[in-house]
Design a protein around this ligand. Structure first.
Ligand code: FES
Length: 77
């Protein structure tokens, strides 16, 4: 599986290329992308990442990735 995910101005835009992209919402925690993806960040940097956890609480110091800060701030759905 190979998919593209673009992070643009804090919005996640996903583009499927050749198979079904699966994303799991973890309760009170990040989005888990299942499989390998190419991430294009807002500054144009491209990263290929396997099974990234993407922050949805806004508190990560390593956006767009989760750094565990959701637990510290008590993020709830
Ligand atoms: S969801 Fe984990 S730091 Fe934001």
């Amino acid at each position: 599986m190979f998919s593209l995910i673009f992070i643009f101005k804090k919005h996640v835009v996903m583009e499927q290329t050749d198979s079904l992209l699966k994303i799991k919402v973890i309760p009170n925690a990040p989005l888990l992308v299942e499989g390998k993806v190419e991430l294009t960040l807002a500054d144009g940097t491209v990263k290929v990442v396997d099974k990234p956890h993407l922050c949805r609480c806004g508190a990560s110091k390593n956006k767009p990735f989760c750094d565990g800060a959701h637990a510290k701030i008590g993020f709830k759905d």
